[in-house]
Design a protein around this ligand. Structure first.
Ligand SMILES: Cc1cc2nc3c(=O)[nH]c(=O)nc-3n(C[C@H](O)[C@H](O)[C@H](O)COP(=O)(O)OP(=O)(O)OC[C@H]3O[C@@H](n4cnc5c(N)ncnc54)[C@H](O)[C@@H]3O)c2cc1C
Length: 265
């Protein structure tokens, strides 16, 4: 298994703040520094590591680094079970020049492209999880009886189900709109930001409503809902936080990109 190592303690949202450096030494590169919050970093056998090789982080290079080359990892405990992260340490790890991915100095641009791909996926992950939650909520609302009637006959429950359906359907279309733009060969940066921002928020709200409809049972570990409740929270943080998506979306609009239709790149 592999992982993609970009983030560092002082970088995060400000991806251009990466500091892990690689220096040339004969036929090798020598990597020194740390990466944090790297998904599956503790399980990975190899990592794609972005390291600064020029005068600024934008002059970075991507390396394929085998664990056997000497990097170490420490798992980071989190509230959810998805995207389990680790901290990776590179203490003068020697990497053959043949392990450079792409061209020297092009690693930052490559990393931005890979992160964008992650943003294509999260809206679909959100839609799939929300679909399952809504199915469970509907089944429970139809079978759980209180005060002599199924709770699904109460307006309070009906409105939660209706709100979840509307938001789920909206997120599905945004995910499909993004997938369509990718299929057309567009980078789809703008539709990916829109779909990612909305999808991540949507699934958090749908899981929360589902837990509410299940009452106490929703809070127990006998059902998967509480685990999803904790897990989906990270979707508003990784691959660019909500705030970063809003920044991308508003910048595109303020710079005069076409607002409706067209192919917002
Ligand atoms: C479980 C998990 C797995 C991860 N996996 C990976 C991985 O595999 N590879 C990888 O490279 N990274 C990974 N990350 C890192 C993730 O991409 C970062 O956590 C994320 O980009 C946010 O960076 P940060 O944590 O440093 O928060 P910060 O950048 O410190 O942000 C803190 C808060 O400030 C806000 N903020 C920051 N700057 C601004 C601004 N200019 N304007 C307004 N608000 C701002 C943010 O939106 C956020 O709310 C993972 C994170 C987690 C939690």
């Amino acid at each position: 298994m592999g992982c993609f190592a970009l983030t560092e303690p002082d970088a995060g949202s400000d991806a251009a703040g990466i500091r892990l450096r690689a220096r040339r030494d004969g036929g090798d590169w020598v990597l020194r520094g740390e990466k944090t919050f790297i998904t599956f970093g503790d399980e990975a056998d190899y990592a794609i590591v972005i390291a600064v090789t020029g005068s600024s982080a934008r002059e970075a290079t991507a390396f394929l680094v085998d664990r056997a080359m000497g990097w170490t990892s420490r798992p980071i405990d989190t509230m959810g079970s998805w995207h389990t992260p680790a901290s990776l340490t590179f203490d003068d790890v020697r990497v053959p020049a043949g392990n450079v991915l792409g061209a020297v100095g092009e690693g930052f641009a490559l990393a931005m492209r890979w992160i964008l791909r992650g943003r294509y996926v999260i809206p679909s992950q959100a839609v799939g999880t929300a679909e399952r939650c809504l199915e469970m909520a509907i089944a429970h609302a139809n079978t759980r009886v209180t005060f002599g009637r199924p709770i699904g006959e109460r307006q309070a429950i009906q409105w939660m189900i209706a709100d979840s359906e509307v938001e789920l359907e909206a997120a599905r279309w945004l995910a499909l709109r993004c997938a369509w733009a990718v299929d057309q060969g567009h980078p789809a940066r703008h539709p990916a930001a829109v779909a990612k921002l909305y999808g991540a928020g949507m699934v958090n709200r749908v899981v929360d409503r589902t837990l509410q409809i299940f009452g106490g049972m929703g809070y127990t570990r006998e059902l998967p809902i509480e685990g999803w409740y904790r897990a989906v929270r990270v979707l508003r943080v990784l691959e660019g936080t909500d705030e970063m998506q809003r920044m991308i979306i508003s910048r595109d609009l303020l710079r005069g990109y076409e607002r409706i239709g067209g192919h917002l790149a």
